[in-house]
Design a protein around this ligand. Structure first.
Ligand code: C2O
Ligand code: CU
Ligand code: CU
Length: 539
């Protein structure tokens, strides 16, 4: 996964030209979509000309009520993604994409009424050959899921619980869980990748007194960074590639040419010379970001998917897969007047016909003078306590294979969990209150971020196996020793990256309201094409 330092240095030095315009001509035929390649040619976008937008905040807890109802409308609108582009047609919540950030207080429930006011035709090409997205169902359907939330099945945004334009849906979120960065997004059967691409996502933050006591940067200094990669045409419109067969336009994965942060291409952010908390969310369909600050400076990771880590971790680089969240503290103290860049140097940064587009994400501009001189304060040495779950406590083990079925031309045409399709009978049926170990055996050449709904889990270990032998004999023979969870993955997780040719083992305390949920790959192209399975939480 890790790039050699040479590669990285080269990439970073390529960034000196940050002010120059970037040419997206000749994207190349990797995705065999001539139309989008043509439209793309000629798009030149300058990085760091737009200030970072911060989504509007909905926060009822300030009013001291123990529960609150919001109404959010899903609709189509135009929004500017870059200074030099005409407004882009997007789908979002209450007129913005990403949608407003909802802030909830632990113990105070939230009810949300989602009103679907979207058009009846999709803006992107629906693949009607995918299960659940056939010509027999309405083209535009939505169901909203709170990713990372401990919620009852009826409010979980089950893929088949969709509503059509003109309809409303209510979800109830008890918020009985530790402070954490969650997010809401569409989960409709067979079209989640397209609905997400159009913009249907937003942040959902749970706070609690335990976290408040730590005195971490808050208010204006607690800033979400929602990452989404996109391909834009010369008129600034969203382009989504299609496969070679017009009847099955599904593509196995999506990698965009531009990164949006909070809905802007390559923005900049003016910061005070002090500490900030950034809540990173990778809301991309398929891109794994591997990021660092340039010039190099440490990021202090304080939280992962399920909330605070035990202690802050000094990270030179961070990796964040689709669906994951990661909270960091960055200290700009003493950096007055300087600029710093958040850079992605992950695999395949931005496809552009062979030419590598530098991995800009965001530029920080540290202000020279600030009114008050905030006192430099240390990040608390202890943040929280995360009990380490023991293998011996597990009452059940499940070995689950991650599989890709190859079609013509060595192109995957379907992805599966344990060889089963979504509509096949339920096989994962953990008992409520029990602990299970799930081991994901990745037989494919891709890394898959696997996500379970309604629970949080811990990573036990990852271990290499002989994938060649597996292909020949279907035997799983380990080749390396088990690698325990690295510090950044020792907290509570709900999405875990499963590298190719490795067995990734998680331990899951299943508890919640009995009912039917799902687990799936969070590469949305995979999720939409069968890499999703229901699971039954048995009472
Ligand atoms: Cu973020 Cu089932 O999804
Ligand atoms: Cu989820
Ligand atoms: Cu996948």
């Amino acid at each position: 996964m890790r790039h050699s330092s040479t590669t990285r240095r080269q990439l970073l030095s390529g960034l000196v030209t940050a002010g120059t315009a970037i040419c997206l001509a000749s994207r190349g035929g990797a995705q065999s979509d001539e139309t989008s390649a043509n439209i793309l040619s000629g798009v030149r976008l300058e990085p760091f000309v737009d200030p970072l937008p911060v989504p509007r905040v909905l926060n009822a807890s300030a009013r001291g009520s123990r529960s609150h109802i919001y109404k959010l409308t899903l609709s189509e609108f135009r929004q500017k993604l870059h200074r030099d582009l005409p407004p882009t047609l997007l789908w979002g919540f209450d007129g913005s994409a990403p949608g407003p950030t909802i802030i909830a207080e632990r113990g105070c429930a939230t009810t949300i009424e989602w009103a679907n006011q979207l058009p009846v035709r999709h803006r992107l090409l629906v693949d009607h050959s995918l299960d659940g997205a056939g010509a027999d169902v309405p083209e535009v359907r939505t169901t909203i899921h709170l990713h990372g939330g401990h919620v009852a099945a009826r409010s979980d945004g089950y893929p088949e619980d969709w509503i059509t334009p003109g309809c409303r849906q209510q979800t109830f979120y008890p918020n009985q869980q530790a402070a954490a960065t969650l997010w809401y997004h569409d989960h409709a059967m067979g079209i989640t990748r397209l609905n997400a691409m159009m913009g249907l996502a937003g942040l959902y933050i749970i706070r609690d007194p335990e976290e408040e006591r730590l005195g971490l940067p808050s208010g204006d200094f607690d800033v979400p960074l929602i990452l989404q990669d996109r391909i834009l045409d010369a008129r600034g419109q969203i382009v989504y590639p299609v496969g070679p067969d017009p009847n099955t336009p599904w593509v196995p994965e999506f990698f965009g040419t531009h990164v949006l942060v909070n809905g802007r291409v390559w923005p900049y952010m003016e910061v005070e010379p002090r500490q900030y908390r950034f809540r990173l969310l990778n809301a991309s369909n398929g891109r794994v970001f591997q990021m660092a600050l340039a010039p190099e400076q440490a990021l202090f990771q304080i939280a992962s998917d399920g909330g605070l880590l035990c202690e802050p971790l000094v990270r030179k680089e961070i990796r964040i897969a689709p669906g994951e969240r990661l909270d960091v503290i960055v200290d700009f103290t003493g950096r007055q007047g300087r600029r710093m860049m958040l850079v992605n140097y992950g695999r395949a940064p931005y496809p552009s016909g062979g030419a590598l587009i530098p991995g800009h994400v965001l530029e920080f501009r540290v202000k020279r003078s600030s009114g008050a001189d905030p006192q430099a304060r240390d990040i608390p040495a202890t943040l929280s306590s995360v009990p380490q779950l023991k293998e011996a406590e597990a009452v059940n083990h499940r070995r689950l294979l991650l599989v890709e079925i190859m079609g013509a031309g060595g192109r995957p045409h379907r992805t599966l969990l344990d060889g089963r399709r979504f509509m096949d009978p339920i096989t994962e049926d953990p008992k409520n209150g029990s602990m299970e170990i799930w081991e994901f055996v990745n037989t494919t050449g891709d890394a898959h971020p696997i996500h379970l709904h309604t629970v949080h889990f811990q990573l036990l270990d990852r271990r290499a196996f002989d994938s060649r032998r597996y292909r020949l004999t279907s035997e799983i023979v380990m080749t390396g020793s088990a690698m325990g969870a690295p510090p950044e993955e020792q907290g509570w997780k709900d999405t875990i990256l499963c590298p190719p040719a490795q067995v990734t083992r998680i331990i899951v305390p299943f508890s919640g309201e009995p009912g039917r949920y799902v687990w799936h790959c969070h590469m949305l192209e995979h999720e939409d094409n069968e890499m999703m399975r229901p699971f039954l939480l048995r009472s």
